[in-house]
Design a binder for this molecule. Structure first.
Ligand code: UDP
Length: 336
């Protein structure tokens, strides 16, 4: 009997590889026409590398995850920096640091840098969103300019995320089928299914729909060698965009001498973007978590849910890797 993995992103690829190395035969399907999930990157015709679903910056303190991934990629060191652009065109460091506070005024930081951005990002105001979400961007008093000041390992995969996932999936016990949507009738052919699809959709929304935010991306090729001081600039005003990324400013993302490629991000409800679910919504009252729990408690011995949509959790890449390693190891140890 074989194993089915639904979704060829980080979560699915890590489960597939771990089980394949334990001599199980694994079939991976993905409804999209590419692997790597939302970390998918490609070379734009301008010769610049783009992350199709927005910038993915790898950062972690989990040395075991770094060691595991390093079997499949070389790395380019990169420490992420982000600036917010103020209404007068001035750039300030995000997360806010001492200098940011000096420029906008400490008492204005939340109003200027967090309130409108959070509103457009989540469709909720700062009081309605769980504090953990905002704590990803902690205010500080020093002059540190890094977006992830506390992570010991920060880098980008040298040949890109698609190549990294490709290498993870490149094992004789793994087959990958793209353009293949999951259907419950498939389950009978497998001894176990690791499924990264939205858990509410799997159960036909029987308890109701879990909310998700999505992002619409707009690319713009500009005939200028360079535009911004850092690769990602946040729009913290109440316009519709949250941020813009200038791809060539990331190391290893191309050398176009005359032009630069930008991607603007505009958040929306996933239903306004082709049902593309990117971010589970962690509301302060925990209503969405309660709804997720109802789905999770449905007894289902065949299926283990994985990833951001399967587990309804706002995790980063390194967390997806470690969580999938745990899930796959538990399965191999016969724990479920
Ligand atoms: N945030 C904000 N202003 C910013 C950057 C972030 O208000 O300039 C808030 C916002 O609510 C956002 C959260 O902090 O959703 C987490 O930001 P992060 O950059 O970690 O989001 P991601 O990169 O996952 O989209």
């Amino acid at each position: 009997m074989k194993i089915l993995v639904v979704g060829a992103g980080f979560s699915g690829a890590v489960v597939a590889r771990t089980l394949a190395e334990a001599n199980l035969r694994v079939e991976v399907i993905d409804k999209r026409d590419h692997i790597a999930g939302n970390a998918y990157d490609y070379w734009h015709e301008s010769g610049i590398r783009v992350h199709k679903y927005g910038p993915h910056i790898f950062h972690t303190n989990n040395q075991r995850v770094v060691e595991w991934l390093s079997r499949f990629t070389e790395w380019v060191p990169y420490q992420h920096k982000v600036k917010a652009i103020l209404d007068d065109g001035q750039y300030v460091t995000m997360p806010p640091n001492r200098e940011t506070a000096e420029i906008v005024g400490r008492e204005n930081i939340v109003d200027i840098l967090f309130k409108p951005y959070t509103q457009k990002m989540w469709g909720l105001n700062v009081e309605e969103i769980d504090a953990q979400v905002l704590s990803r961007v902690p205010i500080r008093d020093d002059d540190n300019e890094l977006y992830f000041p506390n992570d010991s390992f920060q880098a980008l995969p040298k040949a890109g995320y698609t190549a990294l996932i490709q290498n993870i999936l490149a094992h004789p016990n793994i087959t990958v089928s793209l353009n293949t949507a999951f259907d419950k009738s498939m389950e009978a052919n497998y001894q176990k299914v690791f499924n990264s699809m939205p858990i509410d959709e799997y159960y036909d929304f029987c308890f109701g729909e879990l909310p998700y935010r999505s992002i619409k991306f707009t690319n713009q090729l500009i005939h200028s060698p360079r535009l911004f001081p850092v690769p990602t600039v946040n729009f913290t005003n109440d316009g519709s965009y949250t941020r813009v990324t200038e791809w060539k400013l990331y190391p290893g993302h191309g050398e176009s001498r005359y032009q630069t490629l930008l991607t603007y991000e505009e958040p929306c409800d996933y239903k306004e973007n082709n049902m593309e679910r990117f971010y589970p919504v962690k509301d302060k009252l925990g209503e969405n978590a309660r709804l997720y729990k109802q789905y999770k408690e449905i007894k289902n011995e065949k299926v283990e849910f994985i990833g951001r949509c399967g587990q309804y959790v706002y995790i980063d890449m390194h967390q997806a890797v470690s969580s999938s390693r745990v899930v796959a190891d538990k399965y191999l140890n016969g724990l479920f």
